[in-house]
Design a protein. Structure first.
Lengths: 337, 337
DNA sequence: TCATTTGCTTTAATCGTTTAAAGTATTACA
DNA sequence: TGTAATACTTTAAACGATTAAAGCAAATGA
């Protein structure tokens, strides 16, 4: 069964392709197409089940109505969440999303963005990984509209939608202080990614402002590739006999899961033995014996904002924006009060 | 900065676009392009940073080298897993994947497939939901190459890649029987989806073959939209004072999570009070106090197979295939031995 | 010397749309 | 009656690639 194209409708009705195009694009009035022909064309389109060829349309209009999305790792909850909200908002605005996962690999990230650009996406939404500054700068120079989400580079002036990581971290620690904790550990990843470094800063400043002990051993930076072993060491340090912590803040959901597993293995009970607070949400928290308190990123809002900004950029409304969001605090029962 | 197109290179070097096209598509030898020109063209392409316009290419060749993927719900672990492996295999074969989530909604499913077809994807990989038979039949009639994954319709003769759900279920029950369980419950979803009905059948037959009590109350079908309340009822029934089960098999990961949460709430300990076996894998299992034994779907292999079959279809190698896979049994500690 | 072959290059149509610009009746007005 | 406006419709050139087919020298063969 051959594909029905515009020309087929034109022949079927006995008019030129121009008329058909006008009618099917809702320009019947504007282009003063006779009611009779307009009606015939509409009927024919239905009768022949005409499906416009978007590729041809894109080539002609130089617009694909497509957004390219590169997430850091599709296995992250953050990624599926943000993808979902970006898709929803994109659909609302009649855009399609093509996406890919860089798996935190700078080269793959570059490759992916190039593939997407070759496919003529109108713009990009990116969650860049380590060592991607260069590619971002190149993108910027090329004039491709793009928005960064979650992660950004303080010394590159781009549009981005991010969390106020400093504040989120500061507030989380303040909450722990307020609920009577005095020896607070912070477990983060070893990375140069700015947003995670901001969480460090929030922790440090909060401790200082509340005049708490800032034991250097309590701020841990685990190697992503050696999470399990580094976590084992970290938790042992945190639970140290002589000077144990009474609370720990994990900087990401994956850290929390690894940490809680380790606590399980050690037979440590939450929150009796130690209070636990987490960044991000994880489905896995559901199955833990006590709900885990955590700071939740407003993924829906962030995704929507990213699409909004990007679409503005695409439409040449040169909004230059850096948007910060606040976390929602989800109170569980993993913190002693 | 204007985009560099083929013509620009042609002008830059002083040849026709045909030559440029030949050289950049590796047909220099075949088309007997002079070494001199070939070299110049290659240099120019690099110098001008030429990026071919895939849209134009697709229009001309009538091939987009793109696969459309529609998953049932991006939030399922199954979806991210299969997406990942499909993406990887597609990339290996030089295809890009555009995907969307139908959120188990038949209308959205139809819409999505149409959007993808309009974008001229070369073929589709689909995880259809309830009430999508009609759309599948239409697709088949239209001649669009497609492969179903995970779910399929026994009375529609399509290509698919699926689990041997009957056997997986049968084997899981047999394992429970072998480890000494006698009163085995099976918690499934209320749905007409064939693959889940097959799991019912496996359960029933296994009970019969092992001459076990087949209490109708022990085969539960929960409404997906009322999972929590139905699960509460189901678990109460399973734990019934007078005739409690000694084991339960959950038909999906989400059911397991809901069930285990409920057990947590009731203060039931696994596997002391009851043995638990699950289909699928869940990150959340990690945080449960005891590793959950489960039957794991070989997502990587399934995704690869789906791409393989689809690409064959696209290349007119009319392989007509129904592929069944077996689950891997992952032994945890949630079953009393 | 003329025809043929070889080696290389260009021309131009094509994919399926969109959209200025031009074309052609018909009607209105002076 | 001639001109202008109105109401439509068609023509044809894009968009950026691919690719038969044709073109054109120079080399070869008879």
């Amino acid at each position: 069964m051959k594909k029905v194209v515009l020309k087929d409708i034109a022949q079927y009705v006995g008019v030129s392709t121009a008329l058909v195009s006008y009618v099917l694009n809702g320009q019947a009035e504007e282009k003063q197409v006779s009611k009779e022909n307009a009606e015939k064309i509409k009927q024919a389109a239905i009768a022949l089940n005409y499906q416009p060829n978007q590729v041809a349309k894109s080539l002609r209009t130089q617009k694909t109505h497509t957004i390219g999305l590169v997430v850091a790792d599709i296995n992250y909850r953050f990624s599926t969440g943000i993808t979902r909200s970006i898709e929803a908002e994109a659909k609302r605005r009649n855009f399609t999303v093509i996406y890919g996962s860089s798996d935190e690999d700078a080269e793959k990230f570059t490759q992916l963005t190039n593939v997407l650009i070759n496919r003529q996406v109108d713009g990009l939404i990116l969650v860049p990984g380590e060592d991607s500054e260069e590619q971002i700068v190149l993108l910027q120079q090329s004039g491709t509209p793009f928005v960064l989400v979650d992660r950004y580079f303080p010394n590159i002036d781009t549009n981005y939608v991010a969390l106020d990581n400093y504040k989120a971290s500061y507030d989380a620690i303040s909450y722990l202080v307020k609920t009577g904790h005095k020896k607070i550990s912070f477990v983060n990843l070893e990375t140069s990614l700015f947003h995670l470094r901001e969480r460090d800063r929030g922790y440090r400043d909060a401790l200082k402002d509340h005049h708490l002990e800032a034991n250097p051993e309590w701020m841990r930076h685990l190697r992503p590739q050696h999470l399990k072993e580094d976590m084992e060491l970290a938790t042992r340090q945190i639970l140290d006999r002589l000077n144990p912590c009474d609370a720990v803040l994990f900087a990401t959901d994956r850290l929390s899961i690894a940490g809680l597993k380790q606590f399980n293995d050690y037979g440590i009970r939450i929150p009796k033995d130690i209070s636990v607070l987490s960044f991000d949400e994880a489905d896995a928290f559901d199955l833990f014996y006590c709900p885990v308190s955590h700071s939740r990123q407003p993924l829906e809002k962030m995704g929507e904002a990213a699409v909004d900004i990007l679409v503005d950029l695409i439409n040449k409304q040169k909004t230059h924006k850096q948007l910060y969001f606040q976390t929602d605090f989800i109170a569980g029962k993993s913190c002693r009060e």
